[in-house]
Design a protein around this ligand. Structure first.
Ligand code: PEP
Ligand code: MG
Length: 901
């Protein structure tokens, strides 16, 4: 609040001043003053050379949009008072033809939105003040150049005249005189340009270019507030989760000129290298130029430091060499700002007649690699704590380090967009079948497997391929889950693609692609791109390890991996997994020789047939478990009993049907009849999970035996005790768990009798059905641990099939019905409430009940926050997500601690 001049009554304060060593605002007032305004105030208070000015608050923007684009009535008085004070402080007067004050009018939102909104420079120039400027500076050329720039910017931003109009006039003027550069124009040439510009504006708008400087100012202020709702700003906010209601502030600031001759310059700098993070000043500047010239790329900027100039082999002088005194002052200011903000700064500056002016500072954007190095260095330099360093890294950025990524500068032609199902980018020849993928890979060719959807039969091809692209299926479809587990990039559910296996073509973006054509997929964005694109390879540098070590020290929850093959388990250990939270045993049967035995087991008509098939599977299972226990020696391993959605395992093609028939010793017709019997309309909700073991206990018996025998063997080889955690899937009734636990316990007794070894193990369950969550206290009577299978729990809570969700969710996201894909980021309100209920009821019945999550959400930062708050003991995710989960768990722990404090 400020006092009204006449009445003395308190009125709302819309304007905050800065400059001359003081300021009304501070860095902490970003919400009200926007980032730029708050930081200008802070710099002014620190005594840095900041051209004086004032900030019109974001509350004015809110007022503007809630009052049919009208500014508050008392704003004008407050702003004009600040403007005359500003004039006094620089010894000039706004609109005074002899000694005109010129200002810039710039936007500045609470979150940085670079280039999204409008800026106007040199405001206050008209036909008479321009002559004053020329007289004061003794530089006509400079004054006219400034005026023509102002006409151009103002007409574009405020009056809506296309800037092409001005470019045409300027080009015409240059060719008339045979000039090639803007700098070739003399003052009289600029004068002619001004005359032409003004008549163009009049022709376009029907009115002369405004000469009243006050009208210019208010036109500019309204235009900058108006630019908050321009299309680019709206899109940028959507992409960056910036709320619309925040609004922008407007900064009005005395102009300083970098284009006043050879001792003037303008530039941008980072206090550390934003792409590598190296602790070295990094930046560019232009002598005799104004801000937009550096960005516009018309002239090639010069390096700020000698070091950078030499490294670039540039022969144009550095700032360090050209203006050593100013450079020295600048370096000191950079250092001061970095220490004050405790982060790498992105700085804009201008030098006017040898005097340095700071125009902006903000925390600089950086690559993930640089972010890691900067956070680690700042902690090592004692500027921030290790915990703060951990909080500085966005876990979702880590993907950039773990997988190849598309070079952000590469040109690309996107032909379709699907779901970003498994991160990383891959380029290869299109193949439409798993066998073709495998064959070509053996010849050393890079291939991408393109399928409508994948099934277990495609595993060998998925493994052989550099990446996987499907037209159907969501984020937890077979393709997505398996690709993530393998660390293969995957784009799933690219619904606009058409694949015709018969003719071997894919139609994308109106173009036809054949087998062998090269495409690129980006599993981090879902893009499908024509041809090859430049890539950046992953780098796990020392900083990564160091930061992850600090994260591990800060987190409460453990991080395990979902892994079933020795390769995945080893990868998981390398990424720091502390055990296995989910071994999907059905995934251990995808290999060609094994899938046949599984099919035999499923299709057998009686127990004897099933036992025959199971006896083939037992030694394979046992050996797999031995390897897993050995790799994970000293860490817990949770093995889930078989949970094959039948459609993923049944044979479809004639050859497969004949193979199973031969293995079963029956004819193919009989197998086909059995297939008809087993056909399900809704396999995801069908004969799977514990339902299999209840119907056929011999399956559970075989698996339990394989686990126990492997545990005994691995304990002997590693010298470390193995305590298997046996997990029963898709339980809804406590009796289901009791029934299977009885089978497991009796198998344990048998194995103990046979081997003379006492077995120690735990039996627990997945919570994947709403009924299980609600009846958790009963289930916890038997279960020694719960693991939330949030893939199924999401499917069953939402009543939305995992396999068919993609197009429905795409339309829901598009229409704003939901904000995020619930299969990616946990629906904390709905599914989350069930998780919370089950946790509470389960722990009440069995204090200390071990709780974990093993759905895909276990690797998602936002879902991990929820797990921390709900008190889960661990999260489990695919191996390549383990570092993301470790960092997210640490950040969640630190956030929870901060909240408590
Ligand atoms: C789950 O449902 O969350 C789960 C981990 O099991 P699956 O994805 O194998 O059904
Ligand atoms: Mg499940």
């Amino acid at each position: 609040m400020v006092a009204d001049k006449q009445t003395g009554a308190a009125v709302r304060r819309w304007v905050y001043r800065f400059g001359g060593g003081t300021a009304d605002g501070a860095a902490s007032m970003k919400e009200l003053l926007g980032g730029k305004g708050a930081n200008l105030a802070e710099m002014a208070s620190l005594g840095l050379p900041v051209p004086p000015g004032f900030t019109i608050t974001t509350e004015v923007c809110t007022h503007f949009y809630s009052n049919e684009r009208k500014l508050p009535v008392d704003l004008e008085d407050q702003a004009m008072a600040a403007l005359s004070e500003l004039g006094l402080s620089v010894g000039a007067d706004f609109g005074d033809p002899r000694n005109p004050l010129l200002v810039s009018v710039r936007s500045g939102a609470p979150a940085s939105m670079p280039g999204m909104m409008d800026t106007i420079l040199n405001l206050g120039l008209n036909d008479s003040t321009v002559e004053g400027l020329a007289a004061i500076t003794g530089n006509k050329r400079f004054a006219y150049d400034s005026y023509r720039r102002f006409i151009q910017m103002y007409s574009d931003v405020v009056l809506g005249v296309d800037h092409g109009v001005f470019e045409e006039i300027l080009d015409h003027q240059k060719s008339l005189h045979g000039y090639s550069q803007d700098t070739d124009l003399r003052s009289e040439d600029w004068h002619e340009v001004i005359v032409a510009y003004k008549s163009a504006v009049e022709a376009e708008t029907g009115k002369p270019f405004p000469q009243d400087t006050r009208a210019q100012l208010w036109g500019a202020i309204e235009a900058v507030f108006g630019s908050w709702m321009n299309a680019r700003a709206i899109t940028y906010r959507k992409l960056n989760d910036i709320p619309q209601h925040w609004g922008t502030a407007v900064n009005v600031q005395a102009m300083v000129f970098g284009n006043r001759g050879e001792t003037s310059a303008t530039g941008v700098a980072f206090t550390r290298d934003p792409s590598t993070g190296e602790h070295a000043l990094y930046g560019e500047f232009l002598i005799n130029a104004q801000g937009e010239d550096v960005v516009a790329g018309i002239r090639t900027p010069q390096n700020i430091t000698e070091r950078a100039r030499i490294a670039a082999g540039d022969n144009k002088s550095s700032l360090e060499a050209a203006m050593p005194k100013v450079f020295g002052q600048f370096v000191k200011i950079c250092d001061k700002l970095e220490k004050r903000y405790r982060d790498m700064q992105d700085i804009e500056f201008t030098i006017q007649d040898g005097q340095l002016w700071m125009l902006q500072t903000r925390n600089g954007k950086r690559t993930t690699k640089a972010a890691l190095k900067i956070a680690v260095d700042l902690a090592d330099e004692g500027i921030i704590s290790k915990d703060e360093a951990v909080l500085r890294i966005d876990p979702s950025q880590l993907d950039q380090l773990l997988h190849p990524t598309i070079d952000p500068h590469a040109a690309k032609e996107v032909v379709a967009v699907g779901l970003p199902a498994s991160p990383g980018a891959a380029t290869g020849e299109i193949v439409f079948s798993a066998d073709a993928a495998e064959q070509l890979e053996k010849q050393g060719r890079a291939v991408l497997l393109v399928r409508v959807e994948t099934s277990p039969e495609d595993i060998h091809g998925m493994f052989a391929a550099k990446g996987i692209l499907t037209t159907r299926g969501g984020m937890t479809s077979h393709a997505a889950v398996v690709a993530r587990g393998m660390g293969r990039p995957c784009v799933s559910g690219a619904g606009s693609l058409r694949i015709d296996y018969a003719t071997g073509v894919m139609i994308a973006g109106g173009q036809t692609f054949k087998q062998g054509d090269i495409i690129t997929i980006d599993g981090s964005t879902g893009q499908v791109i024509k041809g090859a694109v430049a890539m950046r390879q992953p780098e796990l540098s020392g900083d990564f390890g160091k930061l992850m070590g600090w994260a591990d020290a800060a987190r409460r929850m453990r991080v395990r991996a979902n892994a079933e093959t020795p390769r995945d388990a080893k990868q998981a250990r390398e990424f720091g997994a502390e055990g296995i939270g989910l071994c999907r045993t059905e995934h251990m049967f995808f290999e060609a020789d094994r899938i046949l035995a599984v099919r035999e087991m499923i299709l057998a008509e009686n127990e004897a047939g099933r036992r025959a098939a199971l006896s083939k599977l037992l030694p394979m299972q046992r050996q797999d478990f031995v390897e897993l226990f050995e790799i994970m020696a000293g860490f817990p391993v949770t093995i889930r009993l078989l949970d094959p959605p039948l459609h993923e395992f049944l044979p479809h093609e004639n050859k497969e049907i004949e193979d199973v028939a031969a293995a079963l010793g029956v004819d193919a017709a009989k197998v086909r009849r059995r297939l008809v019997e087993l056909h399900e309309f809704n396999p995801m909700l069908g004969f799977r999970g514990c339902r299999l073991g209840i119907a056929y206990p011999e399956i559970t018996e075989m698996q339990a035996r394989a686990i126990f025998e492997a545990a005994i063997k691995a304990a002997a080889t590693t010298g470390k005790p193995v305590i298997p955690e046996i997990m029963v899937p898709l339980v809804g009734f406590a009796r289901e768990l009791d029934t299977l636990k009885a089978v497991i316990d009796s198998t344990a007794k048998t194995v103990e009798g046979e081997t003379g070894t006492k077995l120690v193990y735990q039996v627990g369950t997945m919570i994947e059905l709403p009924r299980a969550a609600l009846r958790a206290s009963e289930i916890a009577g038997t279960a020694e641990f719960f693991s939330f299978g949030t893939n199924d729990l999401t499917q069953t809570t939402l009543g939305l099939s995992r396999d068919d969700a993609a197009p429905i969710l795409a339309s829901y996201l598009g229409k704003g019905v939901i904000q995020t894909d619930p299969f990616v980021s946990l629906d904390t309100e709905g599914v989350g409430e069930l998780v919370a209920i089950a946790s509470e009821r389960g722990r009440k019945a069995r204090p200390g009940l071990k709780l974990g999550i093993c759905g895909e959400h276990g690797g998602d930062p936002r879902s991990i926050d929820f797990c921390e708050l709900t008190g889960l003991d661990y999260v489990s995710c695919s191996p390549f997500r383990v570092p993301v989960a470790r960092l997210s768990a640490a950040r969640a722990s630190l956030a929870a601690k901060l909240k408590k404090a």
